[in-house]
Design a protein around this ligand. Structure first.
Ligand code: GLY
Length: 396
C-alpha cells in the first residue's frame, strides 16, 4: 500500500521561482502548503535565467494582455523584493538599472525607430537617444553606435538570489518544501476533482488542490485529464556569466542589441544572453551560439572582450502554443496551472504568485489574468466551468 502522509490544502509541483513564490504567498495566507521539486530548488530554468525585468523593451504590439500583465508585475517588484528580503533576511539582488536598446547600423536604427513608434503609440515610457546622448549615459558603448532607446523603468534581479530567498521565506511562512520529490501522477476522482498526487517512489499525498508550476517538466506529469492539460515545449536559451576583474562600471544599464542582451548585476558581474532554439530538451552549449552572442554584444560594448567567462549554460524556457503563460484553475476541480511563462518567468513571479494564492483563498480572478486561463488550450472536451473552487485557510 502506498505510504499516505498528512493532508495538505495545496500541493505545488515545481520548485522554481514561480512555484516557490506561490508556496510562500499561499502559506502567508494561512494555507497548508507542500511544494514538491523533482531536483533541487531553483536549479532548473530559474537558475539559468538572466533576470531582466524588462516588459517595455520586450513589448510586442500583438501581445497587449501579456504586456499589461508584465507591467503589473514589474510595478509590483520593488514591494515584492523588499518584502521578500525582509521575510527571508536575504538580499535578492534587485537592481534599478534601466534598459538601453542599441542600434549598431542603419538597419538596426530603422527597426528601432519603428519599435519606438510602436511603444509611444501604446503610451509606454521610452525615449529616443542620439548616439552621443547614449554614450554619455554609457561611455562603454562603441563610437559606431547609431541610435538608442532608453527605457528607464526596465530593471533586473538576480534569479539565483531570488529563488534562495523564496526557499527561506517559504519555510519561515510554514510551507513544507521538499526537494528530490518527483511527481508521477496527479490523482483525479471520478467526480472530476483532484484527490492527491503520487510520487515516482509510490508515496501518495492527499490534497484537494494541485498547482502545476513545473515549467517544461510539467508535461511529464501523468493523470491530468486531456481537457485540463496545457501543452508546453522547451525553448532553449544559451547564456553566459562573466565578471570584470577591475570591478563594476563597464555598463550600468541592461543593454539590448537585436536578439542579445547584457545584464549588469551591479558588482562587476554580467549575464549575456540568449539564444532562442527549439531543440527539445537539449541543453548543450555550443561554440557557434557562444561566438554569436559574444560577437553581437562586443560590437556594441567592446569592453566586454576583457571580461572573464565564469559560466556558459543553457536553460529551457517553458512555452505554450501561444507563448503566453497558463495561470489559474481548470475544468478539473482543484487543478491549477502556473506554467508556460516562456521569456517572462522571473518577471511574472510576483504577479503569478499573487493571482494564484488569491484565487486559492477564493478571490475573484483579476481582470488582467483573464487572457491567461488554462482553458484556452482545452481541446475537444466540454469547456471548463466558471465555477471557482474556494479553499479555506487551515483552521478557518
Ligand atoms: N527574458 C530573456 C530571455 O528569455 O532570454
Amino acid at each position: 500500500l502506498p505510504n499516505r502522509i498528512r493532508k495538505s490544502d495545496v500541493v505545488v509541483i515545481g520548485g522554481g521561482a514561480i512555484g516557490l513564490a506561490i508556496a510562500w504567498r499561499a502559506a502567508q495566507r494561512g494555507l497548508g502548503v507542500t511544494l514538491l521539486e523533482r531536483g533541487r530548488f531553483g536549479e532548473g530554468t530559474s537558475r539559468v535565467a538572466a533576470g531582466m525585468l524588462a516588459p517595455i523593451a520586450e513589448a510586442r504590439p500583438t501581445e497587449q494582455p501579456l504586456l499589461h500583465l508584465n507591467q503589473a508585475s514589474v510595478k509590483a517588484y520593488p514591494g515584492f523584493a523588499d518584502e521578500l528580503s525582509e521575510a527571508s533576511g536575504m538580499d535578492v539582488g534587485y537592481l534599478r538599472c534601466g534598459t538601453l536598446v542599441a542600434a549598431r547600423d542603419r538597419d538596426d536604427a530603422e527597426a528601432l525607430e519603428r519599435e519606438l513608434e510602436m511603444r509611444l503609440a501604446l503610451g509606454l515610457p521610452v525615449s529616443r537617444l542620439r548616439a552621443s546622448e547614449a554614450r554619455r549615459l554609457e561611455p562603454a558603448l562603441a563610437p559606431s553606435l547609431r541610435l538608442a532607446l532608453e527605457v528607464a523603468d526596465d530593471h533586473a534581479i538576480d534569479p539565483r538570489l531570488l529563488t534562495a530567498a523564496l526557499v527561506e521565506a517559504g519555510l519561515r511562512a510554514g510551507a513544507r518544501l521538499r526537494a528530490g520529490a518527483e511527481v508521477a501522477t496527479v490523482e483525479v476522482s471520478p467526480r472530476n476533482r483532484v484527490s492527491g498526487v503520487r510520487l515516482t517512489d509510490g508515496e501518495v499525498l492527499e490534497t484537494e488542490h494541485v498547482v502545476i508550476a513545473g515549467g517544461v517538466w510539467s508535461e511529464a506529469i501523468e493523470g491530468i485529464p486531456h481537457e485540463a492539460r496545457v501543452p508546453i515545449r522547451p525553448v532553449k536559451g544559451q547564456i553566459l556569466r562573466l565578471h570584470d576583474p577591475s570591478g563594476a562600471g563597464l555598463v550600468s544599464h541592461i543593454v539590448r542589441i537585436a536578439g542579445s542582451y547584457i545584464v549588469p548585476r551591479g558588482d562587476g558581474r554580467y549575464v549575456l544572453g540568449a539564444t532562442m532554439e527549439e531543440r527539445g530538451f537539449d541543453t548543450a552549449v555550443t561554440a557557434g551560439a557562444t561566438f554569436e552572442l559574444l560577437r553581437e554584444v562586443i560590437e556594441v560594448v567592446p569592453g566586454v572582450s576583457e571580461l572573464v567567462i565564469d559560466e556558459v549554460s543553457a536553460g529551457l524556457r517553458p512555452a505554450t502554443p501561444d507563448n503566453a503563460p497558463a495561470i489559474g484553475p481548470t475544468s478539473v476541480h482543484g487543478l491549477w496551472w502556473a506554467a508556460g511563462h516562456h521569456r517572462n518567468g522571473i518577471l511574472l513571479t510576483p504577479i503569478t504568485a499573487e493571482i494564484v494564492a488569491g484565487m486559492l483563498v477564493g478571490e475573484q480572478r483579476p481582470e488582467l489574468a483573464a487572457a491567461f486561463a488554462p482553458a484556452r488550450f482545452a481541446r475537444g472536451a466540454a469547456q471548463s466551468s466558471t465555477r471557482r473552487d474556494r479553499l479555506m485557510p487551515v483552521g478557518a
